[in-house]
Design a protein around this ligand. Structure first.
Ligand code: PRX
Length: 654
């Protein structure tokens, strides 16, 4: 981006005038405030935006860095902040959730009703012996009950760990085991795209693998009415359990550092890690980003299309909007059912004002709209919208422009929010009433966040030069540790390369030479981003080599127009390499299904290729750079002289 090519897109006067952060001067003033008094900047908002049971006196404790503590002597409860205080403020009859089911049925829940539901669920958990600090795994679809379950855990101080409903029995088992959960909350099944998909049977399979012995109770929500096997003494229907529970429940007042949740995410090595988040700092950033990035107002209807199985669903469905007393839309289904106009119809029907989704969804809906005018956003009344958001992966400028023109009608700023499971909330993002936009750039850090682009030694790089994205200062909503593995936490995020001083995001970035705007250039580790879902290449490789047919496997990513990145697997079989295309097809299907069963359908490779061996150096190291080139279909111009067995490249060309 040089000055001639950068076309800044400015927010309208109307948006600027009414925004919480109004104009670039206001943004700069906030950054300067944080610069001048870092702790004071956060403490001021923590006092203003959170209701504390016991106010904190210390803001940041760096004595055991990088295990930072924020507001450590303060006490609070997140569920109280999301529900009770809104009811106390007179919002009891305001709609908190507009739930639209897969089949289009709409259910509205007010703040008062939601509070009663959460209290009943919290009482049920307590009646089963769940107490402060106990972990509860939630394996539920997108439903009101999913949000209620999370809030109920928060109410009693039991950290939850959500496992996305698309994950396999093996993944569920591993997460239950690692977290040492005492309870599982699941459902008989889930509705997606008009189909009922079983969930409880997958949980049963997870239990049958062994390693889930810590779980004493399984609560089952009846959603689809599918066949369910209940284990006497352990499993109970949610409706039975809730039947006689009181509608009030005293919150557990916890220390600000008490873990609110664990959320497993993929890293570059080994098994997924349990990212541990705090209570006070996490809540603060959820609220601040709702206010400043989304400019949330009492009149807004907010819609984040994520699933509660991912961090976006935690911060921008379960916690952020409710902590701000907003009305939000929660959607059970998929964007393409009954047709690809579903999102646009829902925005029209519910008069959504803020809409937050992922680039992959936009790209697939562009494709659909191109071939069918009836599902084009222009066929719907989207005039209620005022702000659009994007999250999870880079948004290519063409998709950005289409989103801006066709969904936002050229009047809604797009906040391209860069953040991670580990960061808890937005890190680099435009503020809608301040930041001039550039398609494809997440622009500038959120006020108070100190991101920089550095080289391998940690030295700052000049604008215009690509490098490693780091955060120079701790922030309130940051990851506290990896559950049960503090060493891995330090190694992964505070590596010795930067003297243990900088948070390593794992992404590369470049700042525009003129504007200083950040563009994320992609992961610098072996993590792939497929449709906004994070996948470790090693995780997929481990799944493949666990198949009895496979001797060795290497997995790389390749750019994909629709999903951002696609998974390509290079496999060496124990038996002979199939030369007959039909035989190869059969094995490819078997391996793909296997990965789906081991991890989940999202991890299925798009392309599987066979070789007699993998390209390795003479010392036996797999040459991944070469594989990435092969995956893309590039002509090999790289030096292959260190390659032990150049002949196999031909086989792997695909
Ligand atoms: O590579 C970045 C990409 O998604 C990664 C984080 O994934 P996850 O922890 O699953 O959280 C996703 C939802 C916050 C990052 O390391 N990423 C996320 N948002 C963006 C992005 N890449 C470019 N632009 C974004 N806006």
């Amino acid at each position: 981006m040089s000055n001639e090519s950068v076309q800044l897109i400015y927010p309208s006067d109307e948006i600027v005038k009414n925004a919480a952060v109004s104009g670039m001067d206001a943004y700069r003033a906030l950054c300067a405030e944080a610069e001048a008094d870092y702790e004071g900047f956060w403490a001021k908002r923590a006092r203003e935006f959170i209701t504390w049971k016991t106010p904190f006196t210390q803001t940041l404790d760096e004595s055991n860095a990088p295990f930072f503590k924020w507001f450590a002597d303060g006490k609070l409860n997140v569920s109280y902040n999301c529900l009770d205080r809104n009811v106390e403020a007179g919002l009891g009859d305001k709609v908190a959730i507009i739930f639209e089911a897969d089949n289009g049925e709409v259910t509205k829940v007010t703040y008062k009703e939601l509070l009663a539901k959460v209290c009943k669920m919290a009482n049920l958990l307590r009646s089963k012996g769940v107490k402060k600090g106990d972990r509860v795994v939630i394996y539920l679809p997108m439903t009101i009950e999913g949000i209620v379950a999370m809030q109920a855990c928060a109410r009693i101080g039991a950290p939850h760990s959500i496992v996305f409903g698309g994950f396999s029995a093996q993944s569920l088992r591993d997460r239950i085991n690692d977290a040492g959960a005492v309870m599982l909350i699941t459902s008989d099944g889930q509705f997606r795209g008009g189909k009922a998909i079983p969930l409880k049977p997958i949980a049963d399979e997870a239990f049958s693998m062994g390693g889930c012995e810590s779980v004493k109770n399984v609560i089952v929500f009846k959603r689809t009415g599918g066949d369910v096997n209940m284990v006497a003494g352990r499993d109970e229907w949610l409706h039975d359990g809730l039947a006689n529970q009181p509608e009030t429940c005293e919150p557990e007042w916890v220390e600000a550092e008490h873990p609110l949740f664990l959320l497993y995410t993929s890293g570059s090595t080994g098994k997924p890690k349990g990212v541990q988040h705090s209570t006070g700092g996490y809540l603060l950033h959820a609220i601040m980003t709702m206010k400043w990035t989304f400019d949330i107002k009492p009149t807004d209807t907010f819609w984040c299309t994520a699933d509660i199985g991912w961090v976006t669903g935690h911060t921008y469905i379960t916690y952020g909007p409710l902590a701000c007393g907003a009305t939000e839309i929660v959607f059970e289904g998929v964007p393409t059912y009954p047709d690809a106009g579903r999102f646009w119809k829902m925005i029209q029907d519910h008069k959504a004002t803020i809409f937050y989704t992922a680039p992959t969804a936009i790209r697939s809906l562009i494709k659909a709209a191109d071939s069918n005018a009836a599902v084009h956003p222009k066929s719907y009344d989207l005039s209620s919208l005022r702000i659009l958001g994007s999250v999870g992966e880079p948004i290519n400028p063409a998709a950005w422009q289409w989103y801006y023109d066709n969904v936002g009608g050229g009047r809604c700023p797009i906040v391209d929010t860069f953040w991670q499971t580990e960061t808890g909330g937005h890190m680099i993002t435009p503020l809608p009433g301040a930041t001039p936009l550039v398609p494809g750039s997440c622009t500038l850090p959120f006020p108070g966040i100190q991101f920089a682009v550095v080289d391998e030694t940690g030295a700052d790089l000049p604008w215009g030069q690509g490098g490693i994205l780091v955060c120079k200062k701790p922030w309130p909503s940051m990851i506290r540790t990896i559950w049960g593995d503090p060493d891995r936490f330090v190694k992964s995020y505070y590596p010795a390369d930067f003297q243990g001083k900088y948070y390593l995001a794992g992404d590369g970035a470049i700042r525009d030479a003129d504007t200083g705007y950040f563009t994320i250039t992609g992961r610098i580790d072996d993590v792939l981003n497929v449709s906004g879902h994070r996948m470790g290449t090693m995780e997929i490789e481990s799944a493949l080599v666990a198949n009895p047919l496979v001797a060795e496997a290497a997995v790389v990513g390749r750019p994909d127009d629709l999903t951002g990145e696609a998974i390509v697997a290079f496999v060496v079989l124990k038996g002979a390499r199939p030369t007959d295309p039909e035989a190869a097809k059969k094995i490819i299907k078997e391996l793909s299904d296997w990965v789906g069963k081991e991890i989940g359908p999202i991890a299925k490779p798009k392309d599987i290729r066979f070789g007699d061996n993998l390209p390795k150096t003479r010392s036996g190291k797999i040459m991944r750079r070469l594989l990435r080139g092969l995956a893309k279909g590039e002509e090999l111009t790289q030096d292959t002289s260190t390659l032990e067995n150049p002949a196999i490249l031909e086989q792997l060309k695909g």
